[in-house]
Design a protein around this ligand. Structure first.
Ligand SMILES: Nc1ncnc2c1ncn2[C@@H]1O[C@H](COP(=O)(O)OP(=O)(O)OP(=O)(O)O)[C@@H](O)[C@H]1O
Ligand SMILES: [Mg+2]
Length: 336
């Protein structure tokens, strides 16, 4: 396969999404760029409202066309996704780029059996007779660890537990053998044991199929365990990105340091990833209708400098001596 010789399977460049709202234009994604490599996991983290889901939905053509303005580029396997019509995007979804949505309760159809939904997903991507699709659907349920898959095909979503529904969502996303899988808070609602099982399952399937994964989450604990590269979003921008080690051990941006609880802890001898990771940060992110001039994190920043940070937007710049690690801040922490 082309991409396995190197090079990303998905390249996003300067992605921007704005919504027309009664209060004015809400600028939700503001110049996002990243690559997804085959067989690797990119984690996208950030607070609620930072544009994580909108950024993913934009790639798949799933935002309401009448209010969303999208610009930039997203090249999947040599094919530009931005600006495609619905029919072209339908061909890409599932077969090319699969997505496990944030809320399985709303993304599974409550009036159709699990089997019917899986068979439809399978037949949407490859012409196959119904009985072949049905056999494949049963296999897929088994693959995602659902016991007694044959009888589960007859179940309706409400008859399954949250963990089982999430597995069904994953099976549907995998039905078209996507090269890129976007998992949006795919395990956040589940208890820790089920979450661990689903993570194991996804990592195994990813390895087998060399799938590129975008893992969207609040849960930094999960990120440390599964991601290769991490991108931290704030107000629709990447404020810091790098390898898992760089982000957890050598965070630079005051927002990332705040998320990790790194700022107030000066002499905690444990490595950052062993500490309680997600501390609540005081203050609120900016209103996307009224983004501030200068750095969007300025009002909450514990180390802001007066004039420059308020008037100038810090560019995403390489961190010296740390390849692939970039941060958008004028601040340089001590010892970095
Ligand atoms: N159709 C829409 N019209 C106007 N604003 C929207 C629309 N859809 C989303 N938004 C706004 O876009 C912003 C980003 O939303 P998004 O769902 O991407 O956040 P998120 O980072 O995924 O948050 P969470 O962690 O809660 O899932 C929010 O302020 C939201 O209100
Ligand atoms: Mg979201």
């Amino acid at each position: 396969m082309r991409d396995e010789q190197g090079g990303p399977v998905l390249s996003v460049r300067d992605l921007r999404v704005a919504f027309r709202t009664p209060r004015g234009l809400a600028r939700v994604v503001n110049g996002l760029s990243y690559d997804v490599e085959p067989g690797r996991t990119l984690a996208i983290v950030g607070e609620s409202g930072s544009g994580k889901s909108v950024g993913a939905l934009a790639l798949l053509g799933l935002l309401p066309g009448d209010v969303a303005r999208i610009s930039g580029s997203a090249v999947f396997d040599g094919y530009e996704l931005i600006g495609r019509d619905e029919e072209e995007m339908r061909a890409v979804r599932g077969a090319g780029v699969g997505m496990v949505f944030q809320d399985p309760a709303t993304s599974l159809n409550p009036v159709l059996t699990v089997g019917r939904q899986l068979v439809e997903a399978l037949r949407a991507h490859a012409s196959m007779p119904k009985d072949v699709a049905r056999a494949r659907a049963e296999e897929l349920l088994a693959e995602v660890g659902i016991p007694d898959p044959r009888s589960r095909l007859e179940a309706y979503p409400h008859q399954l537990s949250g963990g089982m529904r999430q597995r069904v969502m994953i099976a549907i996303a995998l039905a078209g053998q996507p090269r890129v899988l976007i998992a949006d808070e795919a395990t956040t609602a589940l208890d820790v044991t089920v979450q661990a099982q689903i993570l194991d399952l996804l990592m195994r399937l990813q390895k087998e199929h060399s799938t590129g994964v975008i893992w969207i989450t609040h849960d930094l604990g999960v990120v440390a365990g599964i991601a290769d590269h991490v991108l931290v979003m704030y107000a629709g921008r990447c404020v810091e990105e790098g390898s898992v080690d760089a982000l957890f051990e050598r965070p630079v941006h005051p927002y990332t340091r705040g998320l990790l609880g790194a700022t107030p802890v000066v002499d905690d001898p444990r490595p950052a990833r062993e500490r309680d990771l997600l501390v609540t940060m005081p203050g609120l992110p900016p209103d996307p209708v009224e983004l501030p001039e200068g750095c969007a994190f300025y009002p909450r920043c514990p180390v802001r400098a007066d004039v420059r940070c308020r008037t100038e937007e810090p560019p995403l710049a390489s961190v010296a001596g740390d390849p692939g690690h970039r941060a958008a801040t004028f601040y340089t922490p001590e010892g970095v």
